[in-house]
Design a binder for this molecule. Structure first.
Ligand code: ZN
Length: 291
């Protein structure tokens, strides 16, 4: 198990609960069991929806092996034939997807979401058949189109994460905490979110991009976008490298070696270049158990 928990100093942690969680883990051996759901009256705009849509984090199991079981369970396709995507209403943008650059996930497509998490000029973020949220094109997109350009919410080394997190606005904190955090990377959720979603920038610090973190992974050549840090602009720029149709999921390549995805992000790739993720998960588990 990777346990890089960083104990926040009192001077850096005005979030008392976070500090208490650190104390409990360091001195009592108990794990922080979850995050409080803020009173929606104090959250800006529709930010409270993030908490209603996201399930409360469940306490992580105690052993490195059992940590992965919930994810492996998720990989097991439900019974029934979903190959036709018939569970998707015909009016859903995803049901109209026909681009040669995209592919159909082997998993059932969830019902269309009436209210996406957020919408940009080129895409909307809603539930993805890959799990969690994903970005879906709302119009046809040609190769070479800059679909997203975003400044980091903060840049930090691992040791600076808590300090930088405290510098975020209330709305940014809510958005940050709604991101996926691979619990095997760190006991502390703020740190696990950072490790799971960070983008490498020039220098030693990594950046957190609250909107761009919603892009899911696909291996080359199936990834539909590439990304590059522009130091002059101070922004991460996402450019399409495959044509997309309205409804296609927009994907980027997290890393060139899909064998590293599980250890770094907690999932197995389901793109056409990769083996069946369900079988890969089972084989990987056997290998780790020494069977
Ligand atoms: Zn792949």
């Amino acid at each position: 198990m990777i346990a890089n928990f960083m104990m926040p100093s009192i001077s850096l942690a005005s979030d008392f609960e976070e500090w208490m969680a650190g104390c409990a883990l360091s001195f009592g051996g108990k794990r922080h069991s979850g995050e409080p759901i803020p009173n929606r009256e104090f959250l800006p705009g529709n930010a409270w929806k993030l908490f209603e849509q996201e399930p409360r984090p469940t306490p992580a199991p105690e052993s490195p092996i059992s940590l992965r079981q919930p994810f492996i369970n998720q990989l097991t396709p439900p019974k029934g034939d979903f190959s036709s995507g018939s569970s998707t209403p015909s009016g859903s943008p995803r049901a109209r997807s026909s681009s040669g650059s995209s592919y159909n996930s082997q998993y059932p497509i969830p019902p269309a979401k009436a209210d996406p998490l957020f919408v940009t000029e080129f895409f909307e973020v809603c539930k993805s058949p890959k799990g969690g949220y994903g970005a879906f094109a709302t119009k046809d997109i040609e190769v070479g189109t800059v679909i997203m350009s975003e400044e980091p919410a903060f840049r930090a080394t691992f040791g600076e994460v808590f300090y930088m997190y405290e510098g975020l606005t209330t709305e940014q904190r809510v958005e940050y905490r709604s991101l996926h955090g691979w619990s095997a990377l760190a006991h502390n959720r703020i740190l696990s979110i950072f490790k799971t979603n960070r983008f490498e920038l020039s220098g030693t610090r990594c950046g957190i991009f609250l909107k761009s973190s919603r892009f899911n992974h696909a291996c080359h050549p199936h990834a539909t976008c590439t990304y590059k840090w522009n130091e002059e602009l101070g922004q991460m720029v996402f450019t399409s490298i495959n044509p997309m149709k309205a409804g296609d999921e927009i994907t980027i390549q997290y890393c060139a070696n899909p064998a590293k995805l599980y250890d770094n992000y907690g999932f197995y790739c389901d793109c056409p270049s990769c083996p069946d993720p369900t079988k890969t998960a089972a084989q990987d588990r056997k290998r780790r158990l020494g069977w």
